[in-house]
Design a protein around this ligand. Structure first.
Ligand code: HEM
Length: 423
């Protein structure tokens, strides 16, 4: 039985072990930022790679850009039903409980439920949201200390994304940190020691029950009122034809999807951008010299960070992929983090280049019917953040070693110590 590796000195040199023994699912590879050579070797030598034994059972790794696209484009053969990460449904994100959500459904149910919430990210709604977001970004950035060390993750990335979610749900503002907490709870796996330290299975269940109870209260209030034009996901769900009679577990599942979907991802892009610019100072200078590079840079940050390292599909029948025989029921892990570094699909993929041509050509939002519903919203948020940062700060300097999250799914940061210099 494979063990969870927690000691960085136990990370093997990927070129010193037989290729069949490579297991890229160990969360420590992302946490220690040691994943790159593992995936480089797989892309070069065995791009569709079978791992017989891991903490998560046997799985296929799909590591090249075009092979990932093949899987994404073929939802009939590569299903999202129930399982969308390397964890199996029984102990996946939400502990042992069954929490259906449309990201983990196939058509037609997926399409029906997605259609209900889609309007929240329609262009006219985004336009409405832009000034609201900008106002909040200004407020948060203006409150930051100059010349003092603080954790960017907590004071900026979490604060902003949480506030944004509270707006989308019309969630009581004073309780907004609960959203962050529930997102962290949902992506923890207590049995494997992944996520919130010390969280037990009972603690996880209890927190999710509280989350459901809280949202049911909001649901009742909103369902009693006529539908309005406001940006409010709960009202949309309460009045949507495909969702108004959802059972509790499905309501909880879809809430968790929207909370996690809009939380960890954008949060880690905000932190990842600061880290990437500090590691590539010539790019930071390019940005100072030309703020018009911000929209393209935002896409490059999202590619570079790849906030969700993978998504999973399950084969619905025996099939062939890139010359490999995949059997019905086997799990396929699409490693976006690797496809985004595939130099056959992306020019100089291993370099962070803020003015690259075609910067939206990346896999961080997935592709096909499940392509991230919030992609334009996330890009808008990040664009506004960087526009406002550049108006205020000459330098956001990383002054200590960033601390990364222990996960093979969320590629993110717990701490990024920074010091600001005003313009
Ligand atoms: C940089 C930020 C973000 C990243 C990197 C990201 C990434 C992803 C990925 C990889 C998927 C799955 C794609 C696939 O299976 O092909 C996804 C789906 C989804 N995302 Fe995002 N996401 C981000 C922001 C957001 C935001 C802000 C929201 C909030 C509205 C959101 C809501 C969703 C939803 C609802 C889905 C499910 C779509 C479906 O199954 O049809 N995401 N996202």
């Amino acid at each position: 039985m494979t063990e969870l590796i927690v000691d960085p000195s136990q990370i093997a040199d990927p070129y010193a072990i037989p290729i069949e023994d490579i297991d890229v699912s160990q969360p420590i590879l992302l946490q220690q930022d040691k994943w790159q050579p593992y995936f480089a070797r797989l892309r070069a030598e065995d791009p569709i790679h079978y791992c017989r034994e891991s903490l998560f059972g046997p799985y296929w790794s799909i590591t090249k850009f075009n092979d990932i696209m093949q899987v994404e484009k073929n939802p009939e053969v590569f299903s999202s039903d129930r399982d969308i990460s390397i964890f199996d449904a029984d102990d996946q994100m939400i502990g042992r409980r069954e929490t259906p959500m449309f990201i983990a459904m196939d058509p037609p149910k997926h399409d029906e439920q997605r259609r209900v919430v889609q309007p929240v990210v329609a262009p006219q709604n985004l336009a409405k949201l832009e000034s609201v977001i900008r106002g909040r970004v200004e407020e948060i950035l203006d409150s930051l200390p100059i010349g003092e060390t603080f954790n960017w993750v907590d004071k900026v990335s979490i604060e902003l994304t949480t506030w944004m979610l509270a707006t989308l749900f019309d969630f009581p503002f004073e309780d907004r940190r609960l959203l962050t907490y529930w997102s962290d709870v949902a992506t923890s796996s207590p049995e494997l020691g992944i996520g919130i330290p010390g969280l037990t299975q009972e603690g996880q269940d209890q927190a999710l029950d509280e989350c459901l109870a809280y949202f049911k209260r909001l649901w009742k209030e909103r369902a009693a009122k006529p539908p309005s034009d406001d940006i409010d996901l709960i009202s949309m769900l309460a009045h949507g034809e495909a969702t108004q009679n959802m059972p509790d577990d499905e309501y909880l599942g879809n809430l968790i999807l929207l909370i996690v979907g809009g939380n960890d991802t954008t949060r880690n892009s905000m932190s990842g951008g600061v880290v990437a610019l500090n590691e590539n100072l010539q790019e930071y200078q390019k940005l100072r010299d030309n703020h018009a590079l911000i929209p393209g840079m935002v896409s490059e940050i999202i590619r570079w960070q790849t906030p969700l390292a993978h998504m999973r599909r399950t084969a619905t029948r025996d099939t062939e992929l890139g010359g490999k025989q995949i059997k019905k029921g086997e799990k396929l892990i699409m490693w976006y983090i690797s496809g985004n570094r595939d130099s056959e699909a992306i020019d100089r993929a291993d370099e962070f280049i803020i003015d690259r041509a075609n910067p939206r050509h990346h896999l961080s939002f997935g592709f096909g019917i499940h392509r991230c519903m919030g992609n334009r919203l996330a890009e808008m948020q990040l664009r506004i953040v960087w526009e406002e940062i550049m108006k205020r700060f000459q330098n956001v300097e990383v002054v200590g070693e960033p601390v990364r999250v222990m996960s093979n799914f969320v590629n993110g940061f717990a701490e990024v110590p920074v010091k600001l210099t005003a313009i």
